[in-house]
Design a protein around this ligand. Structure first.
Ligand SMILES: Cc1cc2nc3c(=O)[nH]c(=O)nc-3n(C[C@H](O)[C@H](O)[C@H](O)COP(=O)(O)O)c2cc1C
Length: 186
């Protein structure tokens, strides 16, 4: 075992976790080391819904494709499958409140959860596009791949754009951060 792996395993909380990475709390702590941007995935149609997600990645330039991973238990899962499409809203540094809102299970279903959220309806998919987002993509759902207790939604990008903001909201497992856009010297 490499030195780095040994260090990680020693930090896992339970004796069961020391034998492997299966228990979710241990794995979550490890994954928290991976800093990501923060998105809100939205689906339109008759049952619109939105959810904070950081399991998002670009996949292909030609054809343009992205993927996101959504828990099967999430309401957003059914909303995206039903709509057959989704939008990805990449949050700006000043949109932490939106990240918290769309991760809060107590928010209402349907359009009510967007009542206090400035948005417009995506012309290609009908999914809400959040005002002030750093970037947005509208996607047709291309494939649903098995991913354990999540599904991997592969989306074909049918429209995309950038907002006026510059700095991204960043999630690193604990408090949210912003990125000031500083370049590191080579
Ligand atoms: C920073 C952050 C990132 C998250 N990323 C994901 C993700 O990629 N996939 C996922 O299924 N849930 C993710 N969640 C959890 C969902 O946002 C949360 O469970 C939400 O309430 C689900 O809403 P729904 O059941 O109404 O769809 C994340 C939460 C936070 C705070």
């Amino acid at each position: 075992m490499a030195t780095g792996e040994a260090r990680v395993v020693r930090r896992l909380p339970t004796s069961q976790a020391r034998r492997g990475l299966t228990p979710q709390p241990g794995l979550r702590q490890v994954m928290a080391r991976f800093a990501t941007g923060v998105t809100v995935l939205t689906a339109g149609g008759e049952d619109p819904h939105g959810m904070t997600a950081n399991a998002f990645t670009p996949v292909s330039q030609d054809p343009p494709m992205v993927l996101c991973c959504v828990a099967k238990a999430a309401r957003t899962h059914a909303a995206i499958v039903t709509a057959g499409s989704f939008a990805v809203n990449v949050l700006a540094a000043d949109q932490q409140e939106l990240a918290e809102h769309f991760a809060d299970w107590r928010r209402p279903d349907g359009m009510a959860q967007f009542a206090s959220v400035a948005h417009e309806i995506g012309p290609k998919t009908g999914a809400p596009l959040l005002t002030g987002a750093l970037a947005w993509l509208e996607c047709e759902l291309d494939q649903v791949l098995a991913g354990g207790d999540h599904s991997i939604f592969l989306g074909r990008v049918v429209a995309a754009g950038r907002g006026a903001g510059e700095h991204a909201l960043v999630f690193n497992g604990g408090p949210y951060h912003d990125v000031a856009g500083r370049s590191r010297a080579a």
